[in-house]
Design a protein around this ligand. Structure first.
Ligand SMILES: [Zn+2]
Length: 94
């Protein structure tokens, strides 16, 4: 991580290298996951279709979450109420 770059530039570069969860980014850049999601919302807006979301999924019943409104990992599954949720990850094309 290059310190002279902005946090958002660093996140953008990470997302171009490989799909990352907010947790991965949080560890790499050393900011909170909450901050990561804030940056991701902005990156999604500017990157539009190049921003690829691998949505959160319930590990119990396989329910896939709609990430269009919120990128955050959901607390529990609306179908089976399980809290065993696979985190969403994010990627930038191009
Ligand atoms: Zn479920």
């Amino acid at each position: 991580v290059n310190i002279s770059k902005t946090v958002r530039q660093n996140i953008t570069e990470l997302l171009r290298l490989k799909p990352c969860t907010a947790k991965d980014i949080s560890k790499d850049i050393r900011i909170s996951e909450r901050e990561v999601y804030g940056h991701l919302e902005h990156i999604r807006k500017s990157a539009e279709k190049d921003f690829v979301i691998n949505p959160a999924e319930c590990r119990k019943c396989g329910f896939t979450f709609d990430m269009k409104k919120h990128l955050k990992k959901p607390g529990k599954c609306p179908e089976c109420r399980s809290t065993w949720i696979d985190e969403p990850d994010f990627f930038l094309k191009g």
